[in-house]
Write a protein that binds this ligand. Structure first.
Ligand code: UD1
Length: 393
């Protein structure tokens, strides 16, 4: 059996690394039918700190195929990825294509594969923010609609898929694969030097990430968020590994003076309690900063989950989340971008009023193994196209 794994953007890499490890482990066991795996990187993210450092940190082998589709509009990026991926599918004839998450490369891989009648597995299926303004929501809906295996992280995702009329035969509750990566790497992250290089103490700072187009492409939204951050940073330093999209907009809206911009990991103490912009971090350094932070402010999807797994208070700068379990069970709170609300919620944490969370079921580090077992044992990739089944419909 030949499995082709597609990754393209930063949040994909920690979702495919556990699959690669699970397949290698399976292949090393005697008496098993080996699974061939090919890693294809679409090149949606291409900067060292958005891509390559993740391969190094996560111990991923070099991609077998790199497509360099790069940046562009949604149609340009998705279209280029589809065109290039289709050529790869013709050349390599995989039995199964695995895509992960909700980025443009995820949709491109699923669409190009299904049109060639290659079965598709979607890792992290069924998540819904119910906000179709988000490009990721469109990617999720369409990828799930054409996938044959829907690997879900939590029960809410199963319910969403059933409500959309997707057959329960295709839905597999396997848990959260990002947490496989987190648990596997936590001790390595603990040994990193980012925290000390930045001069930070455990629980002595807030960690910020910001990159959603709805937040960072609008000057009004950026100014509202910054006013909250400025207020918070009067008492608690904020560390802000800055995404390239956000960095470009800070420049464009002439907001640089509201931040302290650092070239690398230099000591930020003695710098006044400012909003300290540092370059995007690799997986292990970022994990170390998450583990040791007092609170996290973010508009990312994955960080809502990672903070829940680490039991760190997380404030999500959005009005909706596709990951409701991080609110109902975890440490996450939706605060939108209202400056007053953000400051009030952070102050509560600083006063010790912390929401207690629990780790959701199946976020146990074994998700990739479960996915592999299903792929190997179910063989729905042959039965799903059984013409007799279709006639009976
Ligand atoms: C993409 C995903 C988003 C994910 C995010 C994580 C889609 C629709 N969005 O958003 O779901 O949360 O990645 O980072 O797929 N850029 C660089 N260097 C890079 C990559 C991008 O400078 O290595 C610049 C691009 O030129 C562009 C901007 O960053 O100006 C946005 O990149 P893009 O991949 O289009 O979307 P993201 O905002 O990163």
């Amino acid at each position: 059996m030949k499995v082709l794994l597609i990754a393209g953007a930063r949040p994909n890499f920690m979702k495919i690394a556990p699959m690669v490890r699970a397949i290698n482990k399976h292949n090393s066991m005697s008496g098993t039918e080996p699974v061939d795996q090919l890693i294809v990187h679409t090149g949606q993210h291409y900067d060292y700190e958005m891509s390559r450092i993740f391969f190094q940190d996560l111990g991923l082998p070099e991609p077998d195929i790199h497509l360099a589709v790069g940046s562009g509009t949604h149609a340009e990026q998705t279209g280029r990825a589809m065109i290039e991926l289709e050529k790869v599918f013709f050349e390599t004839a995989p039995d199964l294509v695995l895509v992960a998450g909700d980025v443009n490369s995820t949709l491109a891989g699923a669409l190009a594969a299904v049109k060639l009648q290659i079965p598709v597995g979607h890792i992290e299926a069924g998540l819904r923010s119910f906000d179709r303004h988000m490009p990721e929501e469109i990617n999720r809906l369409l990828t799930d609609a054409v996938s044959d295996y829907l690997f879900t992280p939590s029960l809410d995702a199963d319910k969403n898929l059933i409500n959309e009329g997707i057959s329960s035969n295709k839905i597999f509750l396997v848990g959260n694969i990002m947490i496989d990566s987190l648990l596997f790497n936590i001790s390595k992250a603990d040994n990193r030097t980012a925290l000390s290089e930045l001069g930070l103490d455990k629980d002595g700072y807030g960690l910020l990430t910001l990159h959603r187009p709805e937040n960072v492409d609008s000057e009004k939204s950026m100014r509202e968020i910054i006013s909250a951050l400025s207020e918070i940073s009067r008492n608690t330093p904020i560390v802000f590994p800055c995404h390239p999209r956000t960095a470009k907009n800070i420049e464009r809206f002439e907001l640089n003076h509201r931040f302290s911009v650092r070239e690398g990991l230099t000591n930020i103490c003695g710098n006044g309690n400012r909003i300290n912009i540092i370059p995007p971090l690799g997986y292990l350094d970022f994990l170390q900063l998450m583990m040791n932070s007092r609170f996290i402010l973010t508009d990312s999807g994955g960080i809502q989950e990672e903070s829940t797994a680490l039991n760190i208070p997380c404030f999500t700068l959005r009005d909706s989340t596709e990951r409701p379990v991080t609110i109902t069970e975890g440490t996450n709170t939706l605060v939108g971008i209202d400056a007053g609300k953000i400051v009030t919620e952070v102050n509560k944490v600083m006063e010790g009023k912390v929401k207690n969370g629990k780790i959701p079921d199946l976020w146990d580090g074994r998700t990739a193994e479960r996915i592999l077992e299903i792929i190997i044992n179910q063989h729905i990739y042959t039965s799903i196209y059984n013409p007799e089944d279709v006639e009976q419909l």
